[in-house]
Design a protein around this ligand. Structure first.
Ligand code: DOR
Length: 428
């Protein structure tokens, strides 16, 4: 469906960025929001979307996504991942750099963004690697990577940066370029192998398989020294929340953090229907940790809900791959489990899933202000549906919420004024 004029009529607009929370029509022209007012009249060549009894929100922004292209297209592609995103109400994604080859140079950024240009339905940005090849041995050329504004942060996805000298230097360089650093504060085979052969691990006493909080403490210290900006990915432990809270209160450096829907809603007791324990990194934690994440989300300490959409085939999961897909279920599970029971308002959900990630990473979207690109999701808060992985736009089926009965669904998604989802179905 294309026209350069679209009118979204009669919906309840919720947009923390502009403070709008009430009934309004939105008129879109040439891909941008032109007017927000009551009772806007349509002319003949305007597409009218009836949003009566629906909520109209800025398109969701996901700052932690794996689209697997280039290199692992059998798991997901930019096309299938961006379709999954649109179906879930997402209009902007920031992708992790652990593709094959990894996004660790300007040339790789360029190659990835060219694929995006050809194949994506939604806005896509990327993170770039902190170390070359994600190997934790040598820094990438951060000075150069920072010149490309499509690079929105630095991350060695799946691997923490083991050597303190490297992460310190990376924090200094990132800070100099006002680039967010988002190291993965978790164990990985690479870091465990390095720890085995290295006596210089005094800052990780005890807990050999639970390094998340220790890494976060170190990354906060490095970021504070550099006066930079640390965005902590997928926080999963109560202890981690406490150290992040303290760092935010010190205000020495800018510290933000994200949680995933699966860490918010599932814990270590969760099993797949066949009785196996689903594998993800960081792992599902205790009930106490899960409740602490929910508490920190509702009290405002947690800035962002990000999916860590991690597509894998059934065979790869059987061989030990970890992670869950989340783009098509994130909003539905959050509405069902946190909004409908009264733990979080819709406005706060929009803040955590759109306004905040857009502002933190300085990317398109996150606001319905006049003049902004018309990146919009329309949702039916009362619509009941059942998650069925076989109906996913994503290639992957590794979703722990399969079979869940949800209340609240994305009805339409517009990207730059183009309707890509209508009536809960893809229209392109
Ligand atoms: O479980 C995970 N899988 N966690 C990550 O951080 C990476 C991801 C992947 O790439 O599959």
């Amino acid at each position: 469906m294309t026209s350069n004029a679209v009118l979204i009529k009669g919906g309840h607009v919720v947009d923390p960025a502009t403070g709008i929370d009430g009934r309004a029509d939105i008129f879109i022209k040439d891909g941008r929001i032109q007017t927000i007012a009551n009772d806007i009249k349509a002319n003949n060549n305007t597409i009218v979307i009836d949003a009566a009894h629906k909520h109209v929100i800025p398109g969701l922004v996901d700052c932690h996504v794996h689209l697997r292209e280039p290199g692992l297209e059998y798991k997901e592609t930019i096309e299938t991942g961006s379709r999954a995103a649109a179906k879930g109400g997402y209009t902007t994604l920031i992708c992790e750099p652990n593709t094959i080859p990894p996004i660790d140079s300007l040339e790789m950024v360029e190659a990835f963004m060219e694929l995006v240009r050809q194949k994506s339905l939604v806005n896509i940005y990327t993170k770039a690697c902190i170390t070359k090849g994600l190997l934790g041995e040598e820094l990438t050329d951060i000075d150069k990577l920072a010149t490309d504004k499509r690079v929105r942060a630095l991350s060695d996805d799946g691997n923490p940066v083991f050597y303190e000298t490297l992460i310190k230097r990376a924090c200094e360089l990132a800070s100099r370029h006002k680039l967010i650093i988002s190291p993965h504060c978790e164990d990985s085979q690479i870091s465990l192998d390095k720890a085995k052969g290295n006596s210089n691990v005094a800052h990780f006493p005890g807990k050999p398989f639970c390094h998340e909080t220790d890494f976060i403490i170190r990354e906060i210290a490095c970021t504070e020294e550099a006066r930079g900006w640390l965005h902590v990915s997928h926080v999963s432990l109560k202890n981690s929340l406490e150290v992040i809270q303290q760092a935010k209160e010190r205000r020495v450096a800018k510290i933000t953090c994200e949680v995933t829907p699966h860490h918010l809603l599932l814990d270590e007791h969760f099993k797949n229907p066949n009785g196996t324990v689903p594998k993800t990194n960081p792992p599902l934690r205790s009930r106490e940790d899960r409740e602490a994440l929910q508490e920190s989300l509702s009290n405002g300490m947690v800035d962002v809900i990000a999916t860590d959409h991690a597509p894998h085939t059934h065979d790869d999961i059987k061989k030990g791959a970890s992670g869950f897909v989340g783009l098509e279920t994130a909003l539905g599970v959050i509405l069902t489990k946190l909004v409908h029971p009264g733990m979080l308002s819709l406005k706060e959900v929009v803040r955590k899933m759109s306004t905040n990630p857009a502002q933190i990473f300085n990317v398109a979207g996150g606001s319905l202000a006049v003049g902004m690109p018309a990146d919009i999701a329309i949702i039916d808060l009362d619509k009941e549906w059942t998650v069925d992985v076989d109906k996913f736009e994503s290639k992957a089926r590794n979703c722990p919420f399969n079979g869940w009965k949800l209340i609240g669904q994305v009805v339409a998604t517009l990207v730059g004024g183009r309707v890509v989802v209508d009536n809960c179905q893809m229209v392109c």
